[in-house]
Design a protein around this ligand. Structure first.
Ligand code: SIN
Length: 276
């Protein structure tokens, strides 16, 4: 029988926890993976320091939570590893990955469960990532607003997000789009979370366009509430594992013209659902 011996410490009251005493390159047994998955679902994002991972080890860790996801548009993949995205910025970059609040690839009909980002190179200062708890965002809505949104669905559109977005990318004929519940129930924690984001969500289907625009703008600004957030200062060897079902994230580009480089593995998820 295995024991679960790592130490989980909250970073802020609503979002994120640092996990110490764990080597992500190790082979985990099912009890350890269950404990990590429960901690992920509770805190929304887990942070690990001083890791050394080969591409194979990073993929093996991700695969313990589900099959790996292939990104529909990202142009920089690690040769021989189509499941690993290189996150890279330097003085020649025109944009960065994740430069506004979002949940990864929420335009997929089964959006990613989670994302494992392993940082290799950081600027001398800056390049932090912000995370926001969507449990906290849901819970802070008034009762009438919760009642309005529960049961509604929204369109998440990859076409308007990805076409022409990244330099050097070979365009696909079409990009995914999907309708998802505005409030989703987390399959592990059973808690409710807000599930609309500024990068992908275009329209609440049950509302007129002008109503949808106003409600979405209100919700996007609600996500920006600092009390829902934590902020992660990366070092080489840091890993963040975030749960796209209950957090959004926002990468900061305050370090131009410095370089930042990491490797990202994304774990496939299930169809979002709402259960009252
Ligand atoms: C992303 O959205 O995957 C990028 C996050 C980051 O670079 O911090």
């Amino acid at each position: 029988m295995s024991t679960v011996s790592f130490d989980v410490r909250k970073l802020t009251p609503k979002c994120g926890a640092e996990v110490a005493g764990i080597d992500l390159a190790q082979r985990f047994d099912d009890t350890q993976i269950r404990a990590l998955h429960e901690a992920l679902a509770e805190h929304g994002v887990l942070f690990f320091r001083d890791q050394r991972l080969t591409p194979e080890q990073q993929k093996a860790f991700g695969r313990r939570f589900g099959e790996l996801h292939l990104h529909p548009a990202w142009p920089r993949l690690v040769p021989g590893h189509p499941e690993i995205m290189e996150i890279y910025t330097d003085a020649n970059s025109k944009r960065i990955a994740g430069e506004d609040w979002h949940s990864d690839v929420s335009c997929d009909s089964e959006p990613p469960l989670g994302t494992v980002l392993y940082m290799l190179e950081v600027p001398p200062v800056g390049g932090d990532t912000l995370f926001a708890s969507m449990y906290a965002a849901y819970e802070a809505l008034s009762a009438p607003m919760k009642q309005l949104l529960e049961g509604m669905t929204a369109l998440h559109d990859g076409e308007s997000t990805y076409r022409g977005r990244y330099e050097g990318m070979r365009e696909r004929e079409s990009y995914p789009s999907a309708e998802h519940p505005v409030i989703r129930t987390h399959p592990v924690s059973g808690r409710k979370a807000l599930f609309v984001n500024r990068i992908f969500t275009r329209r609440i289907m049950q509302l007129e366009k002008h109503e949808s625009d106003a409600v979405l703008e209100m919700l996007f600004r609600h996500v920006e509430t600092p009390e829902f957030h934590c902020r992660f200062r990366w070092l080489p060897g840091s890993v963040a594992f975030w749960d796209n079902r209950c957090v959004q994230h926002h990468a900061l580009w305050d370090y131009y013209p410095e370089r930042r480089r990491g490797l990202r593995v994304t774990v496939r998820g299930d169809r979002p659902f709402y259960r009252s």
